[in-house]
Design a protein. Structure first.
Length: 580
C-alpha cells in the first residue's frame, strides 16, 4: 500500500472502460487554439527523448499522450532524438527508442529527427543573439557561475564578463567552436536578468565546451547547446504547435518563450506542462535505472523486473495493456504516485481476453492412477479459451502417470483447502475424478515423492453418476508426454512503495525475492510450438510468456507476467482513494 502521502489517483480514471480520448486540460487548451485559429488549425506534437538510456513506463505516458493528441486532432507527431549532450548517448539507445515506440503501436512515418541535425542552425541562432547583445561569453568557472546566480531569496550578481563587447563575444564564441579553449574555460550565456525571481532567467548557460565524441557527428563539434536552447529552437524548426513536457520544465517556460521571441522565429510553439508518472514499487529516474544496470542489480535494461518498455515487453506485457494504463491514469497538473496494482490489472484485463489457456506444472509431484490401464493413452479436447469458442481447442494426452502441482496435495489439509489429501477426491481438469489412495516418502528426508490414487471411469469430464460433490479441481500433465520447461517468477523490484521517498539509500529496499528460476517444470505438449513472446494463461497459476531472448523449441523458457490474483479489481473506488 502507498504510505508516502502522495495522491494515488486524483481523478480515479482507472474505473473507466471507454478508451475514447478523455477530456483534460491539455486537450482543452488545444481545442481553444483550434477554435481561435492560433496555429492555423494545425496540431503538431513531438516526442523528444534523450538517447542516453532505454524508455520506461513514464516515457510511455508521454508517447501515448503526444501521438494520441496528434491522432485525435488530425495532426502529426514527430519522433526527435534530443542528442545535444554526447556524454552517454549511443546508437544502441536510439535503436531501442525507435523499437519501443513502434512496439507501443505508434508511427511517425518520415518524421524521425535528431537535434544534432540542427547544430549548424543552432550555432547561427547563437550568433544572432550575440549580435543583438543578448548573449555573451562568460569565463567564470562552473562553481563561480552557481555562486553568482544567487538563491531563491537573494538576487544574483552580474558576471564580470557580462559587458564584453559584441565583437569580443563573437570572436570568443567562434574560437570556442574552433577548439581553441579547454573544457570549462568559457561558456555562452543568455543576457537576461540576474535579479529575476525565476532563477532560470538569471543569464542561463546556452552553450558549453565539451570535447566528447558524438555518436552521430563524431568530433566535428566541440561546443554543444544546452537543452533549454536547443529544445525550443528544434520545436520551432519543425513547426511544432504544442510542446508538451513534464512539470519540472514549468519554470523553464519563460526561457523557452524568451529565446523564440528574441530570435523572432517564424514558428513559436506553446509549451504545456503535465505531471510526470510516478509508479509504486519501482524507480523511474533514468540516473537510478542506469545505476541498477551498470552495477549489476538487474541483468540489463530489458530485465523483466525493470520498468523499461523493453523489460515489460520481455516479461510479457502487451502494448495494448500499456496504452490502456496510460489512458486510464490520464494527465493532471499535480504529481501523484500510481499503484503498480493498476498497471498489473490492465495487463490481466488484456491477457484475459487474448491469452490461450494451457496446463503447466511448476513444481511437479508424481501421481500414479493405480486402476488406470497400463499403457493406455487418452486425448482430452480442451478449450483454448472457455469464454471464447472462436479460439478453438487442443488435444491434451492423459495417461496412468501424471504430474500435479506439489501444492495441490497436503498430507494434513487445513481448513478451506479444496485440493487433494488423505480421504479426499478431486477432479483432474477436463478429465476424471480421482480418489486418494496412498503416498510414498523419501526415507531419508521425509519428503513426499509420489501419490497413488484411483480414478472413477464414469466421470470422464462430467459429474459423478451418484451426484456426489468433490473437493476441488486441479490441473495436471502427463508424465510421458509433457515437456520440460524453465519458468522464471518475477515479483516487484522493491519492497516499499516509494523507494526514493525514503531517507536511506534506495538500493536498501531492493526485493531479494524479486526473481526465482524453476528448472524442473513440466508443460503440456502443445507448448512445443511456443514462440518467443507467445503469451498463455497457465490454468490456476497465472499468465506466462515465452521469453523473447532465451526461449526456443529446444529450450522452453517462460516468464510469469502476472499472477491471477487481482488486488486492484477487488478494491472499491473508496478503497482506491484511501490508498494515499
Amino acid at each position: 500500500m502507498v504510505k508516502n502521502g502522495s495522491v494515488l489517483l486524483r481523478n480515479l480514471k482507472m474505473a473507466q472502460t471507454d478508451l475514447s480520448p478523455s477530456t483534460d486540460f491539455i486537450r482543452t487548451i488545444i481545442e481553444e487554439h483550434i477554435k481561435t485559429n492560433r496555429f492555423q488549425g494545425r496540431v503538431a506534437t513531438r516526442f523528444p527523448p534523450e538517447p542516453n538510456g532505454y524508455l520506461h513506463i513514464g516515457h510511455a505516458k508521454s508517447v501515448c499522450l503526444n501521438f494520441g493528441i496528434a491522432a485525435q486532432y488530425g495532426g502529426t507527431c514527430n519522433l526527435r532524438m534530443d542528442d545535444t549532450d554526447p556524454s552517454g548517448e549511443t546508437q544502441e539507445y536510439v535503436d531501442s527508442i525507435i523499437q519501443d515506440v513502434k512496439w507501443l503501436g505508434f508511427d511517425w512515418k518520415d518524421r524521425l529527427y535528431y537535434a544534432s541535425d540542427y547544430y549548424e542552425q543552432l550555432y547561427q541562432y547563437a550568433l544572432q543573439l550575440i549580435q543583438k547583445g543578448k548573449a555573451y561569453v562568460c569565463s567564470l568557472s562552473a562553481d563561480e557561475i552557481r555562486e553568482y546566480r544567487g538563491t531563491l531569496t537573494e538576487p544574483g550578481k552580474e558576471s564580470p564578463y557580462r559587458n564584453r563587447s559584441i565583437e569580443e563575444n563573437l570572436d570568443l564564441f567562434k574560437r570556442m567552436r574552433a577548439g581553441e579553449f579547454e573544457d570549462g574555460t568559457h561558456v555562452l550565456r543568455a543576457k537576461i536578468d540576474m535579479t529575476s525571481p525565476n532563477i532560470v532567467m538569471r543569464d542561463p548557460v546556452i552553450y558549453r565546451i565539451k570535447r566528447t565524441h558524438h555518436y552521430r557527428t563524431g568530433n566535428q563539434w566541440c561546443i554543444y547547446p544546452m537543452y533549454d536552447f536547443a529544445h525550443c529552437l528544434s520545436d520551432s524548426i519543425e513547426k511544432i504547435t504544442h510542446s508538451i513536457c513534464t512539470l519540472e520544465f514549468e519554470n523553464n517556460r519563460p526561457l523557452y518563450d524568451w529565446i523564440l521571441d528574441e530570435l523572432k522565429t517564424e514558428s513559436h510553439p506553446q509549451q504545456i506542462e503535465f505531471a510526470r508518472l510516478n509508479l509504486s514499487y519501482t524507480v523511474l529516474s533514468k540516473r537510478r535505472l542506469i545505476e541498477l544496470v551498470q552495477n549489476g542489480y538487474v541483468t540489463g535494461w530489458d530485465d523483466p523486473r525493470m520498468p523499461t518498455i523493453a523489460g515489460m515487453r520481455r516479461r510479457g506485457f502487451t502494448p495494448e495493456a500499456i496504452r490502456n494504463f496510460c489512458e486510464r491514469i490520464g494527465v493532471a497538473k499535480n504529481d501523484s504516485l500510481v499503484d503498480m496494482a493498476l498497471l498489473e490489472h490492465c495487463v490481466r484485463e488484456d491477457l484475459n481476453e487474448r491469452a490461450q489457456r494451457v496446463m503447466g506444472v511448476l513444481r511437479p509431484l508424481r501421481l500414479i492412477i493405480d486402476n488406470y490401464p497400463e499403457g493406455k493413452v487418452e486425448e482430452f479436447e480442451c478449450p483454448n479459451h472457455p469464454q471464447n469458442p472462436g479460439m478453438g481447442s487442443r488435444k491434451v494426452p492423459f495417461s496412468k502417470v501424471l504430474y500435479i502441482e506439489r501444492d495441490d496435495f497436503h498430507e494434513k489439509p487445513p481448513k478451506k483447502y479444496n485440493r487433494l489429501g488423505p480421504g479426499r477426491e478431486v477432479r483432474l481438469r477436463y478429465a476424471y475424478i480421482i480418489n486418494y489412495a496412498s503416498m510414498v516418502k523419501d526415507e531419508r528426508t521425509g519428503e513426499i515423492t509420489e501419490i497413488h490414487c484411483t480414478y472413477d471411469p464414469e466421470t470422464r469430464n462430467g459429474p459423478p453418476p451418484d451426484g456426489r460433490k468433490v473437493d476441488g479441481v486441479i490441473h495436471w500433465v502427463s508424465a510421458e508426454h509433457s515437456l520440460p520447461a524453465e519458468v522464471r517468477l518475477y515479483e516487484r523490484l522493491f519492497r516499499v512503495a516509494n523507494p526514493l521517498g525514503e531517507k536511506e539509500d534506495f538500493l536498501k529496499y531492493l526485493n531479494p525475492k524479486s526473481f526465482e528460476t524453476i528448472t524442473a517444470c513440466r508443460v503440456e505438449p502443445s507448448l512445443a510450438n511456443a514462440r518467443p513472446e507467445n503469451r498463455y494463461q497457465f490454468e490456476r497459476l497465472g499468465y506466462f510468456c515465452a521469453d523473447l531472448k532465451d526461449s526456443s523449441p529446444e529450450r522452453l523458457v517462460f516468464n510469469r507476467i502476472v499472477s491471477l490474483r487481482d488486488s486492484w479489481a477487488k478494491m472499491s473506488a473508496q478503497e482506491k482513494q484511501k490508498m494515499a
